[in-house]
Ligand binder design. Structure first.
Ligand SMILES: [Fe+2]
Ligand SMILES: [Fe+2]
Length: 288
């Protein structure tokens, strides 16, 4: 039935740790079953699929999406999180032993990001040819509305002084510049635009001093430049994860939705409903 609404589910921060964590795999089955039964048109996973940058964990997610009929370009979008690209222990070991040069480390990081994009090619380009890469724009024409998902990599490589926990983020200039074409901008003007990245615009959710002391290690370094681009694109919502709290907040009329962490609360997800008139509603849902 065409109700004129598009239903988008948002999960984040699965932190899958191998195939032996049966409980989490069952949780994932239950969630994907629910999303199908509830008739969600699209699922967005905003990064940290793996806990230790292990492509075997990406495989777990891919298989589960396939099993539930979700492994299709128009059905699911995934992006990488820092835990998909940075293995902190390994970075420190190689930094001390073999790999002190930032340039080499950046190259290794770029390779890992390219691997992620190739691995999930179907969910990024939807076709065999071409190089799947960030940023990407996915425009899906539903009967009542055109939805454009503009997806960015916000993971910043590990550096000992600037990014000691590997958790800081940045949307690099090259990605921001990719949206300068007037024809792309005019296409996006006809769409309900959703921004997507892993890192939070705003990381603190409490007044706790301990939380605030760690803010800088989690932050999106150039968040104002990213916000400016989102406003230029007339984005209505930005979906992200990283900071493991389910929350929504508004900055300059733009709604940010933090998809929390499936690892920590596997029964909760965010529901975004877009209507045919340019409006939307969002709420967090807890499975029974
Ligand atoms: Fe995470
Ligand atoms: Fe993260």
């Amino acid at each position: 039935m065409n109700t004129g609404e598009v239903k988008i589910a948002h999960l984040s921060d699965l932190h899958v740790s191998g195939r032996k964590d049966h409980r989490q795999l069952e949780d994932l089955d239950r969630m994907l079953d629910h999303l199908n039964t509830a008739g969600f048109d699209h699922l967005v996973i905003s990064g940290d699929l793996s806990n230790t940058a292990n492509s075997g964990d990406w495989g777990v997610v891919k298989e589960k999406l396939e099993k539930h009929g979700r492994y299709h370009w128009e059905k699911t979008t995934v992006i990488a999180g820092n835990h998909d690209l940075i293995n902190l222990e390994e970075e420190m070991r190689f930094y001390n032993a073999l790999n002190p040069l930032p340039l080499l480390r950046k190259k290794a990081f770029d390779r890992k990001l390219a691997n992620f994009c190739r691995y999930f090619r179907e969910l990024i380009t939807g076709e065999e040819g071409g190089t799947p890469i960030y940023p990407f724009v996915k425009i899906i024409n539903y009967p009542s509305v055109r939805i454009a998902i503009t997806a960015f990599n916000s993971v910043f490589p590990w550096y000992p002084a600037d990014n000691p926990l590997g958790a800081r983020g940045e949307v690099d200039q090259k990605q921001l510049d990719a949206f300068s074409s007037e024809s792309l901008l005019s296409t996006l003007r006809e769409c309900f635009v959703i921004g997507l990245c892993h890192h939070a615009y705003k990381v603190y959710g409490t007044d706790s001093l301990i939380d605030q002391a760690f803010d800088w290690t989690m932050e999106l370094k150039n968040r104002e430049a990213f916000l400016d681009l989102m406003i230029t694109l007339h984005a209505r919502v930005v979906l992200h994860g990283h900071f493991h709290r389910f929350q929504s907040y508004v900055v300059k009329d733009l709604t940010f939705i933090n998809g929390g962490s499936f690892r920590i609360i596997p029964k909760q997800y965010s529901e975004l409903i877009v209507d045919g008139k340019g409006g939307f509603t969002q709420r967090f849902i807890m499975l029974p």
